[in-house]
Design a protein around this ligand. Structure first.
Ligand code: F6P
Length: 571
């Protein structure tokens, strides 16, 4: 494969399609009520199947003409070409001169892929085999700590992509976790995090996984040192090791493993490279849950379920790679997001899972989407020519309904929202008694839960007119407060159940949605230079915080005053 930088970005705003979309938007009077009334086939026409996901786009603020222009835009910005370049391993991460191959992590073992002269499918399979062997050892009790006890708690230490994916997937797949095993996640450099997560742990049955792509992240390395120190002290306290160099080395060998692309740094930390799992610079941190970064998850749910997760990812990759854009769900969802950001003035996008197990999915998507597409220059270094990126946010339904939905229903801002649900819950329960009214005795509680999903998407789309409010006998002075404008766009995603495969499909879906938007905006969705300045300044400021007066004097007046205040308040 070539390592040539990919061709220059097309300026989407100069395309014919962009002009058409601008005109269409100017003249568009969203009317979901009318559109559905005159076109009963709309729901069917705008619903698509992507592997196990049923995706209904019909409650979006688009006409067939708008959709046609969005698809034309995809052609004009050469979306298919760029997608194929990504799958082929071209260096589309231009600013870091890297291939972007998270899709190779879930490629079937019998499909070789040569990139930069290397068969990376074979590399992926070798590393996966190592992770699976380790996972089986821990699950079976063959892997033991210094006292010969099996592992009961795994603590994953990592941040950003080395935390958000694993913790989100662990929570989502909790019903698949082996009995007797628990995974905890330490990410924040706030010492509270590691202190709380280790407070009640038995060191003899605890295994730390230090997960860091670079193995240079301040938070993770600091937490790893704190954890190592805790482990040494705790094992000495219970008489499990001698307070000696050999004792400490034994503790690290049996209670610490690492995941990284920088195995030399892992060794320098004291972890035997034999106990380290690698991956490659062509996997972005936020795209890495399906690499060895998912080791904690692989241990928890086991190799079979992890393989099923990977298969789900791959199935969605294939949908994205092979389906014509007219029915290609990631392409359509990405283009709809462009429509809202660039033509309908939306600034944010809500993700609302009606599945408690997906409660960390919005947080996971925040890194995936905002670290990828929060950019102001294009991949050739020139300024972007339109707005890019949205603020992704959300909470599980129904909790969000009682918190922020008010703004989505009646606020002045347009908030496109994705509603996600599964048909079969992991914990089906019935309400034996009911409430004597709408909730019948023996009611399926999940049915009640999803009635809320359907009610919210319906209310957002169709609202409630003043006439309807008046017809309920509402006093005239309260009518306007009780009107719902409707025409609040939503996408509904339904899956049969939250299996490992479905989770893989969902993650891959949003990876590709993010990619599609990045292509339209001409940006490199795979670098993250915007996080560097703060990291550097934190290291520069640390001495001032620690009491170095010279360092304090070099700060700007506001920062210097804040540091001084902190030091005054700090006991
Ligand atoms: O600071 C942002 C970031 O660079 C993310 O992109 C990354 O996922 C995270 O830090 C953690 O990085 P690492 O896995 O190298 O510790």
């Amino acid at each position: 494969m070539t390592s040539e930088p990919a061709r220059l970005p097309v300026d989407a705003t100069t395309t014919t399609a962009w002009g058409s979309l601008t005109e269409l938007s100017k003249n568009l009077q969203p009317d979901l009520r009318g559109w559905f009334a005159t076109d009963p086939a709309r729901a069917g026409r705008l619903s698509h199947q992507a592997v196990d996901l049923h995706v209904d786009l019909s409650k979006n603020l688009v006409t067939d003409e708008v959709l046609a222009s969005l698809l034309a835009l995809a052609d004009e910005v050469r979306l298919a070409e760029r997608r194929d370049a990504m799958f082929a391993g071209e260096h589309i991460n231009v600013t870091e001169d890297r291939a972007v191959l998270h899709t190779a992590l879930r490629r079937p073992s019998d499909e070789p892929l040569t990139v930069d002269g290397q068969d990376i499918t074979a590399d992926v399979q070798d590393e996966l085999a190592k992770v699976y062997t380790f996972a089986e050892k821990v699950r079976s009790g063959e892997w033991t700590g210094v006292t010969g006890e099996p592992v009961r708690t795994i603590v994953n230490i990592g941040i950003g992509g080395s935390d958000l994916g694993p913790v989100m997937a662990y929570e989502a797949l909790e019903p698949f976790v082996q009995d007797g095993l628990e995974v905890r996640f330490v990410s924040n450099i706030d010492p509270t995090d590691v202190a709380q997560k280790t407070a009640d742990l038995d060191p003899t049955t605890t295994l730390f996984i230090v997960a860091s792509k670079t193995f240079g992240t301040l938070e993770t390395l600091t937490n790893a040192r704190l954890a190592r120190d805790w482990m040494w002290r705790s094992l000495v306290a219970v008489g499990a090791i001698e307070d000696s160099e050999e004792g400490r080395a034994d503790a690290v060998a049996k209670h610490f493993v690492a995941v990284s692309t920088a195995l030399d740094k892992v060794e320098a930390f004291g972890i035997d490279p034999e106990n380290a799992f690698g991956f490659w610079d062509w996997v972005g941190g936020r795209y890495s849950v399906d690499s060895a970064i998912g080791t904690s998850l692989a241990v928890a749910i086991g190799p079979d379920a992890f393989a099923e997760l990977l298969a789900g990812f791959h199935a969605m990759d294939e949908h994205f790679r092979t389906t014509p854009f007219e029915q290609n769900v990631p392409a359509l969802m990405g283009l709809l997001n462009v429509w809202y950001v660039n033509f309908r003035d939306a600034h944010t996008h809500a993700v609302l899972p009606y599945a408690q197990q997906l409660h960390r999915f919005p947080a996971y998507l925040q890194q995936l989407t905002m670290e990828s597409n929060g950019k102001s220059v294009r991949w050739d270094g020139t300024p972007v020519t339109s707005d890019t990126g949205e603020v992704f946010w959300g909470e599980p339904g129904t909790n969000g309904q009682h918190a922020f939905y008010q703004l989505i229903h009646q606020g002045t801002r347009l908030v496109p929202a994705d509603f996600i649900a599964v048909a079969n819950p992991a914990y089906p329960l019935t309400d034996a008694v009911g409430d004597g009214g709408a909730v019948a005795a023996g009611a399926d509680v999940h049915g009640l839960f999803l009635a809320n999903f359907f009610a919210q998407t319906k209310a957002l789309a169709f609202g409630k007119t003043a006439e309807e409010v008046r017809a309920e006998g509402v006093a005239e002075e309260l009518v306007s407060a009780k009107v719902f404008s409707g025409n609040r766009p939503t996408t509904s995603i339904l899956a049969p159940a939250l299996t490992p495969s479905v989770l893989g499909q969902l993650i891959a879906l949003y990876e590709h949605v993010t990619f599609v938007q990045g292509v339209v905006w001409g940006i490199d969705s795979f670098d993250q230079w915007g996080v560097e300045l703060g990291k550097k300044l934190a290291l520069e400021i640390a001495p001032a915080v620690a009491g170095d007066e010279d360092a304090l004097r070099t700060q700007d007046p506001s920062t210097a005053a804040l540091i001084a205040k902190y030091r005054e308040l700090r006991a």
